[in-house]
Design a binder for this molecule. Structure first.
Ligand code: HEC
Ligand code: HEC
Length: 287
C-alpha cells in the first residue's frame, strides 16, 4: 500500500539549510570552507535522507519494511555516483522507489551520507540454502507466520525479498533475539515522516471481556484491526474495547542455540539471504 509522504514540505527545510550553508561558506577562508563543506555535506545528506528516504530505507539506511539496505555495498542498480544519482532522481519503475526532484547538491549530499556509512560486517554464511528452506517450511515452523512468494502465514512480515533488504547480522538477531529490533509494522497515522509503528505485540480486552493477543494491522484513535495469534482478523472500535496494550516485544518466539543449533541457523540464514536476490541481479543486469 502506498502512503503519501509530505516530502515537498519537509524538503524545504533541506533547501533552506543549503542556502544558509552557502552563505556561511562565503565568509570563511577557502581551506576551512572545503572541510566544512565536506562534513556539512554528510550532515545535510543525513537530514535529507531522514526526511525523504527513512520511511522506506530505515533511519540508518540499513533497510526498512519497504526498502532495501543501502549500506551493504551490493547495488542492484549500480554503485557508481552517477548510477546512484540516477536511481535517486528517476526512481525504480514498477517498485515503490519514487523519482525525486532534488537538485545536484542535494543528491551529492545524500550520496556523501550513504558513502559515510560503514557497510555491516557480513560474516560468511556458508550454510546450505536448500536445507534452510526445508527447515523454514518444516521443522522450524517459520512458514506458519511468514509469507515467501505468496505462501505462508500473515502474522509476521513477508520475507520474499528479505535477502536484499537485510544484512546477515540483522537476520541472525531477528532469529536469536527478535525483541532486539522490531520491524516496522502498520502505518502510523500520527508520524509525519511516514515512519511505521513498531511491529509489536498487542493485547486487546473487549468490553465483553474477551482477551485477544496479536499484531496490529492498522490502528488509529478510534479503531484497531488486530490479527490474532490464530490468524483471525478482528476489526474493533476502540469503544468496544476495555484496553489496548502495546508491548515492545516481538510476537515471534526467540530461537536460542538450544532450539536451533548454529549449523541450522546458518542454513536458515543462507536461505533468507537468497530471497529476492535473483530478481535484484536480473534487474541490475538489464540496466
Ligand atoms: C516509498 C518507499 C521508498 C522511498 C520513500 C525511497 N525508496 Fe529507495 N527504494 C525503495 C525500494 C522498494 C527500492 C528497491 C527497488 C527495486 O526493487 O530494485 C529502492 C531502491 C533504492 C536504491 C537502489 C538500491 C540498489 O540496490 O541499487 C537507492 C540508491 C535508493 N532506493 C535510494 C533512496 C533515497 C536516497 C531515497 C530518498 C531520497 C529513497 N530511496 C526513497 C523504496 C523507497
Ligand atoms: C509466531 C509467529 C512467528 C514465527 C513462528 C516466526 N516469526 Fe519471524 N517474525 C514474526 C513477527 C511478528 C515479526 C515482526 C516483529 C519482529 O521484528 O520480530 C517477525 C520478524 C522476522 C524477521 C525480520 C524481518 C525484517 O525484515 O525485519 C525475520 C528475518 C524473521 N522473522 C525470520 C523468521 C524465521 C527464519 C523463522 C523460523 C525460524 C521465524 N521468523 C518464525 C513472527 C514469527
Amino acid at each position: 500500500m502506498l502512503q503519501a509522504f509530505p516530502s515537498a514540505s519537509v524538503r524545504i527545510v533541506g533547501l533552506l539549510q543549503l542556502t544558509l550553508l552557502a552563505g556561511l561558506l562565503g565568509s570563511v577562508p577557502a581551506a576551512r570552507a572545503a572541510s566544512i563543506a565536506k562534513t556539512s555535506n554528510v550532515a545535510e545528506g543525513r537530514s535529507a535522507f531522514h526526511a525523504n528516504c527513512a520511511p522506506c530505507h530505515g533511519l540508518s539506511a540499513r533497510g526498512g519494511a519497504r526498502g532495501p539496505d543501502l549500506t551493504a555495498g551490493n547495488w542492484a542498480h549500480g554503485g557508481s555516483d552517477t548510477q546512484i544519482s540516477h536511481t535517486i532522481t528517476h526512481g525504480v519503475a514498477g517498485t515503490e522507489m519514487p523519482a525525486n526532484a532534488f537538485d545536484d547538491a542535494e543528491v551529492r549530499a545524500i550520496i556523501a551520507y550513504l558513502r559515510s556509512l560503514s557497510p555491516p560486517a557480513n560474516p560468511l554464511v556458508g550454510g546450505d540454502p536448500i536445507r534452510g528452506q526445508q527447515m523454514f517450511v518444516g521443522s522450524a515452523g517459520c512458514v506458519n507466520c511468514h509469507m515467501v512468494d505468496g505462501h505462508g502465514g500473515h502474522l509476521g512480515p513477508d520475507l520474499s525479498r528479505v535477502g536484499t533488504a537485510r544484512a546477515v547480522p540483522y537476520l541472525i538477531d531477528s532469529i536469536r533475539e527478535p525483541d532486539k529490533e522490531l520491524t516496522g509494522g502498520a502505518p502510523d497515522p500520527n508520524n509525519h515522516y511516514g515512519l511505521p509503528l513498531p511491529y509489536d505485540t498487542v493485547t486487546v480486552t473487549t468490553t465483553a471481556g474477551e482477551r485477544l493477543v496479536g499484531v496490529a494491522r492498522n490502528e488509529d484513535t478510534f479503531s484497531i484491526q488486530l490479527l490474532a495469534v490464530d490468524q483471525s482478523l478482528h476489526c474493533l472500535l476502540k469503544s468496544e474495547t476495555r484496553e489496548v496494550i502495546h508491548e515492545r516485544r516481538s510476537l515471534m518466539p526467540a530461537y536460542p542455540v538450544s532450539a536451533l543449533g548454529t549449523p541450522q541457523l546458518l542454513d536458515l540464514v543462507a536461505y533468507l539471504v537468497s530471497l529476492g536476490r535473483d530478481r535484484a541481479v536480473a534487474v541490475g543486469q538489464s540496466r
